[in-house]
Design a protein around this ligand. Structure first.
Ligand SMILES: Nc1ncnc2c1ncn2[C@@H]1O[C@H](COP(=O)(O)OP(=O)(O)OP(=O)(O)O)[C@@H](O)[C@H]1O
Ligand SMILES: [Mg+2]
Length: 234
């Protein structure tokens, strides 16, 4: 079923620190369709992570609206936002963000707890997810016993724990050498092939080659879109 899954309408995000305010997004509008693989690029400080955090329901806009599957997230309660983050959206970070005292398997099981899945089922599902991307023997290792590329693939398995339709990733290959990055890129291409929507902040040229669209951000606004070889301003 095609349709818009993510829509931002004239979104502003102003951070306040003491008496100063920092407008990170200034009237940004963007629509992403179901199944689209979108890369977000732009200079440091242009608002890319801020944008991703709003789409991921980690934060609320100061003004404007963010719609996920047609639902305005700023109207949701904190609990409903948490539920959206848990079930609809998978988040992958540059620094992996795995829980260091838990094994790879346990890390993948964590998001299944609030989803109410029984422990034995959690274990089975987590093992299946891990084995999609990694050799079985890593399941009992802790994050520090894994390479960066392996940690990121565990983090991707965790993001998939509740089978989300939307995957958000903030520079997922930023801390990886090119070989590990390649394997992670393959995983994202697979997820795209399954029809999931992917929105990724990245400067990795290898990734942007596979995207349906590149969205350029500058000073908290959209500076343009690159659609498979073409360029569209604004
Ligand atoms: N919590 C915060 N409090 C105050 N200002 C913030 C906060 N988070 C971000 N900013 C400011 O908002 C602007 C956008 O930040 P953001 O992290 O979205 O940029 P970015 O495009 O992701 O940059 P980078 O490529 O370096 O990750 C920056 O000027 C930053 O200083
Ligand atoms: Mg950032």
């Amino acid at each position: 079923m095609a349709g818009d899954v993510v829509e931002l309408r004239d979104v502003w995000k102003v951070y306040r620190v003491g008496k100063r305010s920092y407008p990170a997004l200034r009237g940004l509008s963007l629509t992403v369709e179901e199944g689209e693989f979108v890369a977000i690029v732009g200079p440091s400080g242009s608002g890319k992570s801020t944008l991703l955090n709003l789409i991921g329901a980690l934060d609320r806009p100061s003004r404007g609206s963010v719609l996920i599957n047609g639902v305005d997230i700023s109207r949701l309660s904190d609990n409903q936002m948490a539920e959206l983050r848990n079930r609809v959206i998978g988040f992958v970070f540059q620094s992996f963000n795995l829980i260091s005292h838990l094994t790879a398997l346990e890390n993948v099981m964590v998001p299944m707890i609030p989803a109410g899945i029984p422990r034995s089922e959690r274990k089975k599902r987590a093992r299946r997810l891990l084995e999609r991307f990694l050799p079985p023997e890593i399941a009992d290792k802790k994050p520090l016993e894994l390479s960066g590329g392996e940690q990121q693939r565990v983090a991707i398995a965790r993001a998939l724990a509740n089978d989300p339709r939307i995957i958000l990733a903030d520079e997922p290959t930023g801390n990886l050498d090119s070989r590990s990055a390649e394997r992670v890129i393959e995983v994202f291409r697979e997820l795209h092939g399954e029809g999931r929507t992917i929105i990724m902040v990245t400067h990795n040229l290898e990734i942007t080659r596979y995207c349906d669209r590149i969205v350029r951000i500058q000073d908290g606004r959209i500076a343009g879109h690159d659609v498979r070889g073409g360029w569209r301003a604004g």
